[in-house]
Ligand binder design. Sequence first.
Ligand code: SF4
Length: 123
Amino acid sequence: MTPITHYLCIGCPLGCRLEVEDDEAGAIVEVRGHSCRKGKTFAEREHHDPRRMVTTTVAVTGGLWRRLPVHTTAEVPKDLVHDVVRLLRSVELTAPIERGQVIASDVLGTGADVVASRELPLA
Ligand code: SF4
């Protein structure tokens, strides 16, 4: 019996239920359940190299608000998402901050930067 793994596609609100069938060596034999090419690509990636964008907030002093929304410029390996968030918990920025300003470059060696999602002026 060949192993089958199930995923929920997050490519759009339709939420197709995907099945990935492997051969005995762990190579993908077939992807089923997708309604478009994007879903097939998602299933293949999710099966061997799951990745996610990271969005969170970091602390700011001297600004109009005390938290700044930030996001990664690219998806990072899913098993590093919590580590990225934990790292950003220790960051404290000083206002003013420009939208797109780099908060952390090549975060945890992922190749993705963490940037400001909006500007944050002085208080
Ligand atoms: S497979 Fe295509 S249609 Fe289905 S949820 Fe994914 S992106 Fe949407």
